[in-house]
Design a protein around this ligand. Structure first.
Ligand code: NAD
Length: 267
C-alpha cells in the first residue's frame, strides 16, 4: 500500500460513469482526484463541489497537474485525447470507453509499447470472476452443451450484450474454437436438432434490468449454471478504481482484469 494517495484524473467526469466514479472517490482515501475532464460542450464546465478543495470541471489536457493515472469513461474522441496525454506524460491508462473504431483500437494497442493500459468492456469484478469460472468449466466439460442467456433493460439497443459475447468468446477459446465458427445467435421455426459443439445465445429485454448473464453447461443428466446479476451501475466504477490502483507501477503493456484477479487468487 502506498503512503500517498494516487493522483487521479477522470476523463468524462460529468457522464453517468464519471459521476459514479466521483461518488466513490469522495470517500476513497487511496486516491486524490486532481482532474475532472469533460466535453467542451458539457453543461458541467465550471466548479465541482469537492470536500476540502477547490476543483473545477475542465476541458482538454493543457495545464493538467501532475498525475499518477487516468481513468477514461468518455467516448472515442475523449479517449483519444486522454491517450495523447498519457503517452506524453508516461501515465497508466484505464480505458472504459466502448465503441472504438479500428483506428483508435490500433492506437491503443500501439500505446501499450510505451505505457500500461488496462481496457475492459465490462469493469465488474463479478463478471471478471464469472469469465474465469466459465473458461475453466467450458474446458473441463468440453462435450456439454453451452448456452448463454442475458437480460437487460428495454432501452438497450444491441443484442446479445458485449458482455455475453465476451463470455462466449472466452468459452469458445477454452474449447479451441471461435464464436465465428460455433455461435448460434437465434432460433426460430424448424431449426432442426441442436448442433453438437455450438454455443447458443438467448436474449431477454424488459423494464429496468441492469444486466444479468447466465451460462448453462448442460450435460447428460446434470447441469452447471454460472451466473452474474448486476443491481447497481456503480459496480463498473468500483472495478475501474480497483484496476487503476492495481495498474499504477505496472510496466508498459496491455493489462487486463483477469491478470488482476489472478494476482488476488495467488495471494
Ligand atoms: P455519458 O454520455 O453519460 O458520459 C460521457 C462523458 O464523456 C461526459 O462527461 C462528457 O462530457 C464526456 N466527454 C464526451 N466527449 C469528451 C471529450 N472529447 N473529452 C472529454 N470528455 C468528453 O456516458 P457513460 O454512460 O458515462 O459512458 C461513457 C463510456 O463508457 C461509453 O463508451 C460507455 O459505453 C462506456 N461504459 C463502459 C463500461 C465498462 O464497464 N467498460 C461501463 C459503462 C459504460
Amino acid at each position: 500500500m502506498r503512503d500517498a494517495p494516487l493522483r487521479l484524473a477522470i476523463n468524462g467526469a460529468s457522464g453517468r460513469m464519471g459521476q459514479a466514479l466521483l461518488a466513490l472517490l469522495r470517500d476513497d482515501v487511496r486516491f486524490e482526484l486532481c482532474r475532472a475532464t469533460v466535453s467542451s460542450v458539457s453543461r458541467h464546465l465550471g466548479e465541482l463541489v469537492w470536500p476540502d478543495r477547490a476543483l473545477r470541471y475542465t476541458t482538454g489536457w493543457a495545464d493538467a497537474p501532475a498525475l499518477d493515472a487516468v481513468i477514461d469513461f468518455s467516448g472515442p474522441a475523449g479517449l483519444a485525447g486522454a491517450l495523447d496525454h498519457c503517452l506524453a506524460h508516461h501515465l497508466p491508462l484505464v480505458a472504459g470507453t466502448t465503441g472504438l473504431d479500428a483506428a483508435l483500437a490500433a492506437r491503443l494497442d500501439a500505446a501499450t509499447g510505451h505505457i500500461a493500459v488496462l481496457r475492459a468492456a465490462n469493469f465488474s469484478l463479478g463478471v471478471a470472476v464469472l469469465t474465469r469460472l466459465l473458461r475453466e468449466a467450458s474446458a473441463a466439460l468440453r462435450e456439454w452443451d453451452l448456452e448463454i442467456v442475458e437480460a437487460h433493460h428495454g432501452r438497450k439497443e444491441d443484442a446479445p450484450s458485449g458482455t455475453a459475447l465476451a463470455l462466449g468468446e472466452a468459452a469458445a477459446a477454452a474449447r479451441g474454437t471461435t464464436l465465428a465458427a460455433d455461435a448460434v445467435y437465434s432460433r426460430e421455426g424448424r431449426t432442426g436438432p441442436r448442433r453438437a459443439g455450438s454455443i447458443g445465445f438467448a436474449v431477454v429485454r424488459g423494464g429496468d434490468i441492469v444486466g444479468e448473464h447466465q451460462a448453462l453447461l448442460i450435460g447428460p443428466g446434470e447441469r452447471v449454471e454460472l451466473g452474474h446479476r448486476a443491481t447497481d451501475r456503480a459496480i463498473f466504477a468500483r472495478g475501474a478504481l480497483e484496476a487503476a490502483h492495481w495498474l499504477v507501477g505496472k510496466p508498459a503493456g496491455h493489462h487486463d482484469l483477469d491478470a488482476m484477479l489472478a494476482e488476488r487468487v495467488a495471494r
